[in-house]
Design a protein around this ligand. Sequence first.
Ligand code: PLP
Length: 492
Amino acid sequence: MDYLSNYFEKVKKEKRSKKAIAFFASLDSVNEVYPQVAEDILKELKDQRAYLKLIASENFSSLATQLSMGNLLTDKYSEGYVKHRFYAGCENVDNIEQLAIDEAKKLFNADHVYVQPHSGSDANLVALWSILVQKVQNKEVEKLSKKNAMELTKEEYEKIRQLLVNQKLLGMSLNSGGHLTHGYRLNISSKFMRSYTYDVDPKTHLLDYKKLETQVKEVKPLILLAGYSAYSRKLNFAKLKEIASTVGAVLMVDMAHFAGLVAGKVFTKDFNPIPFADVVTSTTHKTLRGPRGGLILCKDEYKETIDRGCPLVLGGPMPNVMAAKAVAFKEANTKDFQDYSSQVVKNAKALANQLMENGIKILTDGTENHLIVMDVFSSFKLTGRQAETALRSSGITVNRNSIPEDQNGPWYTSGIRLGTPALTTLGMKENEMKRVADVIYDVLKNSKAAINPKTNGPSKAKSDIDPSVLTENQNEIKNLLDNFILYPELVL
Ligand code: PLP
């Protein structure tokens, strides 16, 4: 694909920014080996520019974050943790991992930080197993006359293994907004633990702390897991800690979705999980706007087990991603990022208010964070899948989402989740959110189930829309995006 090297030559000749030169030089280098890969990267950039991204779990990371990932650090094995490696030659990786740890400690004011998890799911697996080892295995090993786990007899080890896989986890149900890794039947978390779930109130869709307290007292879980992927309210972690303490449960919080709002000082006091939870997990790529990856923050009591995430769960860490985490954490520890985070929430509120003005049913009747869950089935008689497709055809990318007591199951669903982190990174504000809400309303109001040619009945997946309405809304989205260009330094 010659035109890629032409781009590189062009940006060099035009003395464009270092970032533009670096981006196109790297693309050009990929192109020399595998043109199709380079082309797909470029196409993705074009797509990301052409569609309005309302996926609540995505964002646009900085080019500095992206560039710190694409280098020779990817070649290093560094099993173990800082200054405790199973490989020689890890001095520079030690530095990088320590920088990421120090930045995260400063950013979140945490006792202890672990930056190795490759993803949020890995972070949860490491955290759940570390709690089990800390609370179950270590206690049993201690009882067995202070033996080391490696010195147990087969029979002793089997007894402990049975105990480890029989502990109770209580997490928010998927339909209420919890995550798969919080004890969902199809996820490993419900197979190595006895999984119980709590629901939001069926009418208000809010978490009912009183009811949760009663359930905690009944179930007596080892771990109470709080956090969500599709719940639009703040959680009161002071209250949740109190509830967990009534039965001596460990409070684990998964702040994957709202870590940026904690880092950006929007969620403070009782709504900041770090002072209250024993272990906090996160992703680094959603509201936090870093590279794809996971993160764990914990109280000192857990630091030794958490730091042994490898070999407990993980293989070798990814030093290139840890470098990008350090960069992103530094970027997040700024006034700019704090302003960004509060704008994310203002934008979500503006979007929710305008959607409700238009008569759309929003779960919990609003939002206090970066996300909104719309009930498109009761508002428009569309499944989430149909609404997702209709919106994409108008230029808006969203994802369908189950809602409490969903009548359409987890594949088609009755909901759509919307989030404002990415649009806010582009610089959009409340006025733009109103325009977006009006497009969403117009597209969904004018969409209906398509006819499935196989059954001659209505399709649950596809939708039809009046072409003139579609064109009008496509133009509106295009006009909007023309004023908020993604990575303007890369425009050719
Ligand atoms: N935890 C929560 C609350 C999430 O929303 C997600 C991802 O959507 C994860 C964990 C998993 O993160 P990852 O996709 O990085 O494994």
